[in-house]
Design a protein around this ligand. Structure first.
Ligand SMILES: Cc1ncc(COP(=O)(O)O)c(C=O)c1O
Length: 432
């Protein structure tokens, strides 16, 4: 049953939203986050967790602990802090593995997303004259486009002949899985790397990562995913689905704060692939002998072996605060609520159907996460700005898309109700 069919479970009045919030098994988690305030001092209606997640109230204490250890212990804190900094990133390994459905050996938190994407392509984009193409979605996030094009150039190829951009059918906004699959079947022998977003940042479309991985690997292609909009949003099973690598940032659904250290997955089958080229740094070196300061690099097994630098402990501390909350809520429960909350948002918007806006995100729950992308053909930016002034926070993506995501960890049915009431009222005034 698609979420569209199940929408009859919803009602249009505010009491319905209030009653649903009361019954929500995750309702207590909202109290754990700091909401930006309106001029009147009320909590904003914050539907922007797909861009920057909210700050956990516990984040400050996690950071303060590290500042205190630094003040009291100086360099010795690497070994004697309450949570010694040397192995600090390990504190995130189990939870990160669980979050993305991986084995601990397969994940590491390090660097930032685009850096990790480059590191992965250094190892996994190995073009040859016969097989040199990279497949991306047309309109992939710009940083991904720049990264793949620069990798193509780096290897002496030309994006004009080495980049395939998947394009929706004429008159459609999202890609069809069968079209992706058939392209891979037809041209897979030329394709070195398939690199898609798990959820497209603009349309909110979630891809069938298991199916794409199967199709790609059957044709000998390497498969990687950018999970910026999928980590902490979808219920991921990376080990089982089997892509070669994945990367994601931690400041959206994962609430790690701006520029927080990012995630990286390398499938177990590559854990000891010492022959793979990689850009090396001392933090990826075998930790038993790291401080012998020898000249020759020996990588640690698994994703850890791709680390470059010692990480920012302050950044990891914030992420720990958030991951402890995530771990307690559990991805399965979060996804269940998310499906319902986003369906409710779609249901309410559909009550006000008008030519002034349309939802471009797929309707089927398997093909989207929390986010709905609303196309506003006229005066959309002004609409977004007006709502932001009122304390109703989504975001605008050129040329015509207003993105909103009710995040199951801290958003409520009432947030959704109040958003739709104002959105539809303002759009009526704003668009002439
Ligand atoms: C899909 C996607 N890829 C890449 C990036 C770039 O991330 P970073 O600046 O952390 O490298 C973003 C940032 O929002 C993104 O949404």
């Amino acid at each position: 049953m698609t979420n569209f069919q199940s929408q009859s479970e919803f009602q249009t009045d505010e009491d319905f939203a209030i009653a649903r919030d009361e019954r929500d098994p995750l309702k207590e988690f909202r109290q754990l986050f700091l909401f930006p305030k309106t001029a009147a001092g009320d909590d904003c209606i914050y539907l922007c967790g797909h861009s920057l997640g909210l700050q956990p109230k516990t984040a400050a204490a996690y950071v303060e602990q590290e500042l205190k250890d630094w003040a009291q212990l100086g360099v010795e804190a690497h070994f004697r802090a309450r949570n010694p900094w040397m192995p600090y990133h390990r504190l995130l390994t189990e939870q990160t593995a669980e979050l993305v459905g991986a084995k601990p050996l397969e994940v590491v938190v390090m660097n930032s997303l685009t850096v990790n994407l480059h590191l992965m392509m250094v190892s996994f984009y190995r073009p040859t004259p016969r097989r040199h193409k990279i497949v991306v979605e047309r309109g992939a996030f710009p940083s991904d486009q720049y990264a793949v094009k620069s990798q193509i150039h780096f290897h002496g190829f030309d994006p004009a002949t080495s980049l395939i951009e998947l394009t929706p059918r004429s008159g459609e906004t999202c890609l069809r899985e069968e079209d992706i699959e058939s392209l891979i079947e037809r041209t897979g022998h030329d394709i070195a790397l398939i690199m898609l977003g798990g959820v497209n940042y603009a349309t909110g479309q979630a891809f069938d990562m298991a199916r794409i991985t199967r199709a790609g690997q059957a044709r000998g292609c390497v498969v990687g995913f950018d999970l910026a909009h999928a980590a902490g949003n979808l219920h991921l099973k990376l080990h089982e689905w089997g892509p070669d690598f994945a990367v994601w940032c931690s400041y959206k659904y994962l609430n790690g704060g701006p520029g927080c250290a990012a995630g990286c997955f390398v499938h177990e089958r590559h854990a000891r692939a010492w022959e793979l080229p990689r850009f090396a740094g001392w933090w990826g070196h075998d930790e038993e002998s790291r401080f012998e300061m020898g000249p020759n690099f020996r990588a640690m097994p698994g994703a850890d072996g791709w680390q470059l630098s010692n990480p920012s402990i302050v950044s990891l501390a914030v992420l720990r605060a958030s991951m402890d909350i995530f771990y307690e809520a559990g991805m399965e429960r979060l996804r269940t609520k998310s499906v319902s909350l986003t369906s409710y948002l779609e249901f309410l918007l559909s009550q006000y159907a008008s030519p002034n806006f349309s939802i471009i995100t797929p309707r089927e729950k398997e093909r989207r996460g929390a986010q709905l992308s609303i196309r506003v053909p006229s005066n959309g930016r002004a609409l977004c700005e007006r709502l932001t002034e009122e304390g109703i926070v989504g975001d605008w993506r050129e040329p015509d898309t207003f993105r909103v995501a009710p995040v199951p960890l801290y958003n409520s049915y009432r947030d959704v109700f109040r958003f739709v009431r104002r959105f539809t009222a303002v759009i009526g005034e704003n668009v002439r």
